[in-house]
Write a protein that binds this ligand. Structure first.
Ligand SMILES: Nc1nc2c(c(=O)[nH]1)N[C@H]1C(S)=C(S)[C@@H](COP(=O)(O)O)O[C@H]1N2
Ligand SMILES: [Mo]
Length: 322
């Protein structure tokens, strides 16, 4: 268990209202154990998973929302990561045997630099940033999450993609011995995702390595995962082992699984309903007691990032290209 009580990290300025009750109880526990002296020494967050390491030298990145962030508990116990099971609590319960270190990524395709790279080397020299983003799942729930990561485009540039690199394909690790959900074919493993090169190079797109100032817990996609905040959450592929630059559009897991329900672009769009439910509003996790009365908030076009990304889709019919 990791306990922090530090005043100067960017996340500290976010007041996770939703965590208030948990945190207060927790702080009371710490105080009883003599670990904190005063009420003012409130820990900013608590990582209960073990093995989470503090990330140093994190600067405050652009584009962060000032909406209250979800608690560390919300973010790490309510997950979608089918490799560990399909229930929201399965990933944090079943991801304990997963080994995110050491980690090698294979880079292939239309780029001058391809091969195997270890994550540390890959990210060295690119400054870690905190980005507090809204995350909107296609299932109509949402959270606000203080990620730590590096701009995806900065990392991709290092491979010097060629002019034929119109798309970037991503692949999750396949390790059925460590990922019990992969023993059942609920999806066509490994999980794959993709972006156009313009999307992947957009400054909002993030390769996340942490959350709340510590390394990603396994259930959140350790050691690194994609965050594309203007798209539905399923584009944010976790535990990435493969990147391929290519000309043609790559296949994507949810589109393969249910092509009439999930498209390639998957831009958040409140005007295009899912065939089985409305996308006009979303349930903000953690905003209501036990989630039962969670606040519903209107869903925003491009999840509120339209000012930054709408130009990527000018001339595209967003109903057809959902
Ligand atoms: N490999 C992999 N990546 C994945 C998923 C998954 O099942 N497997 N689920 C996606 C979905 S549907 C969502 S909403 C987000 C959830 O991220 P979180 O659990 O960190 O909130 O991860 C996405 N990335
Ligand atoms: Mo999702």
């Amino acid at each position: 268990m990791l306990i922090r009580a530090k005043a100067d990290i960017p996340a500290s300025e976010i007041a996770p209202e939703s965590a208030w009750f948990n945190r207060r109880a927790f702080v009371a526990g710490l105080a009883a154990a003599g670990l904190v002296g005063t009420a003012r020494a409130t820990p900013r967050y608590v990582a209960a998973d073990g093995g989470q390491k503090e990330l140093n030298g994190v600067s405050r990145g652009p584009f962060s929302t000032d909406e209250p962030a979800n608690s560390y508990e919300d973010i790490t116990t309510y997950n979608n990561f089918y490799e560990f099971g399909t229930g929201k609590e399965d990933p944090h319960r079943n991801a304990g045997n997963f080994k995110p270190q050491p980690w090698t990524m294979r880079v292939q395709g239309e780029a001058e630099m391809t091969g195997e790279f270890d994550v540390e080397g890959l990210l060295s020299g690119v400054g870690l940033e905190e980005r507090v983003y809204r995350m909107r799942c296609v299932e109509a729930w949402s959270m606000v999450i203080p990620w730590v990561g590096v701009p995806l485009g900065e990392v991709l540039k290092r491979f010097r993609p060629t002019s034929r690199a119109k798309h970037v394909a991503f692949e999750t690790v396949y390790r059925p011995e460590e990922m019990p959900g992969q023993k059942r074919r609920v999806l066509d493993w490994p999980y794959v995702e993709g972006l156009t090169i313009e999307e992947a190079s957009h400054p909002l797109a993030l390769l996340a390595v942490g959350v709340y100032g510590v390394t990603l817990p396994n259930q959140n996609g350790a050691p690194l995962r994609l965050i594309v905040p203007w798209k539905y959450g399923f584009k944010g592929i976790k535990s990435i082992v493969g990147i391929r630059f290519q000309e043609r559009r790559p296949p994507t897991s949810w589109n393969i699984s249910a092509p009439h329900e999930y498209g390639f672009y998957a831009n958040v769009n409140p005007q295009v309903d899912h065939p089985r439910w409305s996308q006009a509003s979303e349930r903000r996790i953690g905003s209501g007691f036990s989630g039962l009365f969670a606040r519903r908030v209107p869903t925003q076009m491009f999840n509120g990032y339209g000012e930054q990304v709408a130009h990527l889709y000018s001339g595209l019919d967003l109903r057809r290209n959902y």
